[in-house]
Design a protein around this ligand. Structure first.
Ligand SMILES: [Zn+2]
Length: 482
């Protein structure tokens, strides 16, 4: 059973009425995109989970019939008969194809594409300028069935990105057919990656990872792939102008079944963009903006051949995408097992779970690695200076109504080592994201978690030598105890 958030989408026309004057110098162009992004952002959706039908309604409303530079067509249906659309813009000779959300739970670029379309729709002067040079083809949400469930695979449970050869998914067939018909010079394959990726060993998150996919096991470089690499370098420069050090180079192992690798082989310069994590960007709205800059910046660069000045060497100089990033890293903690004390670091990350009592998705933080994590990094780091870890205790009574709950003093409970309250009452009067809210679990039965640290929920306290609690960690949030 999968529950969907009920979201009310109000279609406003506010996004379609602003027109800013935009410079024609590349650096100025990018700067203005960055600084005036709020004019172009389609604010009807600002969460990574949304209803696909709402998305399509917004898309239809953006593609105004009177704007002759755009057209929107139905190009096929998903396995569950959901519409898949193609937006076409411009009449230039340079053909650029972009598709998003081939993996249903990777929606960042779908939202950025709305912003790109909104920009081209508003900035008539620029739209005319681009439309003479390029033809842009966009397939937003290639996998609407997966998107509906916010799941990676399509409704046949096949990973579309491993179906480029066998073509057993309708979605894969559509993408192949569009590639064959259009024969784009450039193809943008738009995905999301875990926020646990970092830019090499720099200690920065890989908010964007780029790849010029290989077309053989030897990872050969021909003219087609060279152009992909040059555009990847351009994207790095564009994004890092405003977000220093957040662009990594994705793993370039050849995958013979993947679309990116094959489209590169079929002769279109292919650019993979993976949207990763950024500081406190749980709905990925900042990374959405990075996508907006990357896509429009690439269009500008291609239209004017600016990417040609970038070298293959600078592509290989982009640090590799490495999985060494946590949400919270606590360094130098003492733990005790079988009366023996030893030193560890703790790596903590979250997963999202639907909470039926709260009627929303919540983040559940847990300990995912322990030991010497000195070569790892995190969005937040706490130096524990050899404080001693003790797993959090559960409040003995199950609370069933908000009045009882509000009588509890969370700081008092934490100073006794209690980090978790089991609550079965209403949520409507409770302040969200308060300390009390963080401590609440809605699990029906008292938690009997294993005493093992690995995979334990991130609920514990850190004590000094005198046994005094200095910090409590409540669902991954560090709280200083007064
Ligand atoms: Zn993906």
């Amino acid at each position: 059973m999968k529950k969907l958030l009920i979201t009310f989408i109000v279609l406003t026309m506010s996004n379609t009425s602003t027109s800013q004057s935009i410079s024609t110098n590349f650096d100025d162009f990018i700067s203005e995109l960055f600084h005036k992004y709020h004019h172009y952002k389609v604010k009807d959706i600002e969460t990574k989970r949304f209803i696909v039908n709402d998305y399509h309604k917004i898309l239809d409303s953006l593609i105004v019939k009177s704007n002759k530079l755009f057209s929107i067509d139905l190009i096929g249906k998903s396995f569950k008969q959901k519409e898949i659309k193609l937006i076409q813009f411009g009449n230039g000779v340079r053909k650029i194809l972009m598709w998003s959300q081939m993996h249903g739970d990777e929606s960042t670029a779908s939202l950025a594409l709305l912003d790109v379309i909104n920009f081209l729709n508003n900035e008539r002067h620029f739209a005319q300028y681009f439309s003479d040079k390029i033809s842009l083809y966009i397939i937003p949400i290639l996998n609407p069935d997966g998107a509906k469930e916010f799941e990676r695979r399509n409704s046949q449970e096949i990973d579309i990105n491993r179906d480029a050869l066998r073509l057993q998914t309708p979605e894969g067939k559509i993408l192949k057919q569009i590639c064959d018909n259009i024969k784009p010079e450039f193809a943008f394959n738009l995905h999301d990656q875990y926020s646990s990726y970092s830019v090499g060993k720099t200690g920065r998150p890989a908010s964007i990872a780029v790849l010029a996919p290989p077309f053989d096991y030897d990872r050969s470089i021909n003219e087609v792939r060279k152009k992909s690499m040059q555009v990847c370098v351009e994207i790095k420069k564009i994004v890092e102008k405003f977000y220093p050090g957040v662009v990594a180079r994705y793993d370039d192992e050849f995958e013979p079944r993947a679309f990116g690798d094959n489209i590169q082989m079929w002769g279109s310069s292919t650019i993979l963009i993976e949207s990763g994590g950024y500081f406190k960007d749980f709905e990925k709205q900042e990374v959405r903006k990075m996508n907006f800059l990357s896509l429009l910046g690439s269009i500008y660069s291609i239209a004017n051949n600016l990417y040609e000045k970038n070298s293959i060497q600078s592509y290989f100089e982009i640090p590799e995408n490495e999985r060494r990033f946590f949400d919270l890293l606590i360094r130098n903690v003492i733990v005790e097992k079988d009366s023996i004390e030893y030193l560890i670091d703790l790596g903590i990350t979250y997963t999202e779970k639907f909470d039926s009592l709260r009627n929303k998705y919540i983040r559940q933080y847990s300990i995912v690695d322990i030991g010497d994590l000195s070569t790892f990094f995190a969005f937040d780091t706490l130096e524990a200076n050899q404080l001693k870890l003790e797993l959090g205790k559960v409040f003995e009574k199950v609370i069933t109504n908000p009045r009882q709950l509000k009588k509890l003093n969370p700081q008092d409970l934490l100073s006794e080592g209690i980090t978790t309250i089991i609550y079965q009452g209403a949520f409507k009067d409770l302040e969200q994201n308060s300390l009390l809210d963080l401590m609440i679990t809605t699990t029906k039965f008292p938690l009997r978690e294993s005493r093992k640290l690995l995979n334990h929920s991130a609920n514990f306290v850190l004590k000094d030598n005198n046994g005094k609690i200095i910090y409590a960690v409540v669902n991954g949030n560090v709280i200083k105890i007064r």
